[in-house]
Design a protein around this ligand. Structure first.
Ligand SMILES: NC(=O)c1ccc[n+]([C@@H]2O[C@H](COP(=O)([O-])OP(=O)(O)OC[C@H]3O[C@@H](n4cnc5c(N)ncnc54)[C@H](O)[C@@H]3O)[C@@H](O)[C@H]2O)c1
Ligand SMILES: C[C@@H](O)[C@H](N)C(=O)O
Length: 375
């Protein structure tokens, strides 16, 4: 009856390798004793498995990164396979774009129910309080960033989920080498955000070694996007400057003009998550990798924006975010990501400015003039 596969074990092994919910299959096949039915079942399971894509739950999906990631993942894995969650009342377009559920990262039972009822295979954990907003509400940041992480780690262990938790340039501090900052070095951040991210990196690595959890993390630079506004970080100025350039023509920057930080355009960031989640486990030498694209100062990005908006006026008025920025990497060393899973960015500073200006010009209905693209 078993034609292509020599034995029951061989068939089970093959099916188990390409099914994301390995435990379910293993339970099903271990308890199956009707060898007569195996051939029919094999054909059925293979068809099913080839068509099957991972079912993914994204926490904190209405933030700067989540909405775009949901769009990208839905294109790749199917609309119904991606469940967006957050504690925010969703706008109409989100409700119309696919499944959305309320999920507070502090409510373990509710998350558990979602994982079970929606048959989740991958969990992408985006809920967090970012660096500046975290300093403004440390008790809440500890709950969301640390207790929240404990919940997703436990859920992922119990249900054998592949877990992605982003880390950040903020996971380093003044005592880390800052130009460039390698993957493995001193990490003594001085923000609750950074401390919670180092905790996440270490806990994920621990769960990986202790329980075999497929934990993956990328340390993102500051992410720049035109769709959803950033959520209270230290790198937000690099998004705001575009809005201001195309609306008021005036920008007040809360960092000194020479503050150098690593940055990345959102399309590169979202692509990195998709590519990284698909890398075979045995190819990964680390559970957390730095990824880099470009590095610039406020005065450098302003100079580039002025190529499109020459009348842009900028004032510099450093505030408490300056101290945070001064403790972060200036340039990320991402050689390991490039070597182990072929990470590569597409957007440099001029590419970033061009695409941001094009997006926002459309949004604010300001057509690009032919002459040097100036407004
Ligand atoms: N944006 C960046 O520049 C950047 C850079 C490095 C790393 N990251 C990381 O990427 C992830 C996403 O960042 P983002 O920029 O989209 O952040 P964001 O602040 O824009 O979004 C975070 C989301 O978490 C949600 N949230 C807050 N409390 C919650 C709770 N109790 N339960 C469930 N959800 C809750 C918020 O409603 C929000 O939608 C974060 O982990 C962040 O640390 C972001
Ligand atoms: C860098 C990143 O983690 C976030 N944008 C912040 O500034 O807090």
């Amino acid at each position: 009856m078993i034609t292509k596969y020599q034995s029951f074990q061989q068939l089970f092994k093959r099916l188990a390798t390409f099914h994301p919910g390995r435990r379910l299959l293993s339970a099903r096949y271990q308890s199956s004793i009707n060898v007569e039915n195996l051939h029919a079942e094999q054909v059925h399971m293979e068809q099913h498995d080839l068509a099957e894509k991972p079912r993914i739950l994204v926490t904190g999906s209405l933030g700067q990164l989540g909405t775009g990631l949901a769009r990208v993942l839905r294109e790749k894995y199917g609309t119904e396979n991606l469940i967006m969650t957050d504690i925010i009342r969703p706008p109409k377009e989100v409700i119309e774009s696919g499944p959305y559920r309320y999920a507070d990262i502090l409510d373990f039972k509710n998350l558990q129910e979602l994982v079970v009822n929606c048959r989740i295979d991958w969990l992408i954990h985006f809920s967090a309080l970012l660096s500046a907003i975290g300093e403004a509400n440390i008790p809440l940041a500890m709950r969301v960033n640390i207790e929240g992480l404990h919940n997703v780690l436990e859920l992922s262990r119990q249900y054998d989920l592949k877990l992605f938790v982003p880390s950040t340039i903020g996971a380093f501090g003044k005592t880390s080498p800052r130009n460039p900052t390698p993957d493995l070095t001193i990490q003594r951040p001085r923000t609750i955000y950074g401390v919670s991210k180092v905790h996440a990196e270490l806990m994920g690595e621990y769960y990986h070694h202790r329980f075999g959890l497929d934990f993956r993390s990328l340390r993102f630079p500051g992410i720049i996007s035109a769709d959803t506004p950033p959520g209270g970080g230290t790198t937000d100025y690099a998004c705001q400057v575009f809005w201001d350039a195309l609306t008021t023509g005036r920008h007040e920057c809360y960092l000194r003009p020479d503050t150098r930080l690593p940055m990345m355009y959102i399309d590169d960031c979202l692509r990195s998550v998709v590519e990284f989640m698909e890398v075979p486990d045995e190819q990964l030498k680390l559970r957390t990798y730095n990824i880099h694209a470009m590095s610039f100062t406020p005065e450098e990005i302003v100079e580039e924006v002025r190529k499109y908006v020459p009348h842009l006026e900028v004032k510099y008025k450093p505030d408490s975010r300056q101290e945070i920025a001064d403790s972060w990497p200036m340039v990320f060393d991402d050689a390991n990501a490039r070597r182990d899973w072929n990470w590569n960015h597409e957007y440099d500073l001029s590419g970033l400015v061009k695409v941001m200006i094009e997006h926002l010009a459309k949004r604010f209905d300001k057509p690009l003039s032919m002459k040097q693209h100036h407004y």
